[in-house]
Design a protein around this ligand. Sequence first.
Ligand SMILES: Nc1ncnc2c1ncn2[C@@H]1O[C@H](COP(=O)(O)OP(=O)(O)O)[C@@H](O)[C@H]1O
Ligand SMILES: [Mg+2]
Length: 241
Amino acid sequence: MSLVFKLRDVRKLRIAEGANFCLVVPQLDIAAGEKVALVGESGCGKSTLLDMLVMVLRPSSVNEFVFAPDGKVPLDVWLAWETSRWNVLSDLRKQYMGYVLQTGGLLPFLTVWDNINLSRQILSMPDDGTVRALAKTLGIRRQLNKLPGILSVGERQRVAIARALAHRPPIVLADEPTAAVDPVQAKKIMGVFLGLAEELGTTVIVASHNTQFVVQLGMRPVRQIFRPSKKKGVINSVFQG
Ligand SMILES: Nc1ncnc2c1ncn2[C@@H]1O[C@H](COP(=O)(O)OP(=O)(O)O)[C@@H](O)[C@H]1O
Ligand SMILES: [Mg+2]
């Protein structure tokens, strides 16, 4: 079993007024092809942890943070941050990751087709029918020539999922991808998403506030637990796999 992510004692301190917030990940191992859900209430640090996994947010301190997208060369992510090798991080992100933002994050001036094709275009990948096939599976084929603004919220989320999968990244991360749709739609969209990921062997990491929902979908929950810090005025939010 090859690990895509290996984290040991990763922390992120957020300085805010009143109580400061410290996200703590004592140990997190995510294997290739796994479907993992980071679960906990709003404000517990799910997006913060996703941002660190996507390597856009630098942790405050780390014992070990390794990313091995293709099971071959593991990257010491912490060393890359410490030595300011942001280009290494962003190249790996572009090539190996897809990201579904909570609100879709679609570009309003591009058609649905162009939105889905965006990551493929950045990576100079030719049109091999992937965009159309994904749109068909996700039930948005008839929307391909439209602008995102006229789509329903559920359709937009489907487009965002198609976009994250279009360049066939081995890892897809999604921040509460179905929070804005009703439970029936949420189950349907997540079912299609996880089915596609299974077919492609994609590792999936999702943030969700609904443990029951993600467990029903067959995902492995990584739960958040609060724990008082020894330091005064700091709230520790610990994620335990
Ligand atoms: N850019 C930021 N600067 C400082 N604090 C932040 C920032 N973003 C989020 N926070 C704080 O970090 C904590 C975790 O936030 P977040 O990761 O967004 O939680 P969740 O995604 O679980 O709702 C919250 O207390 C939030 O207010
Ligand atoms: Mg969030």
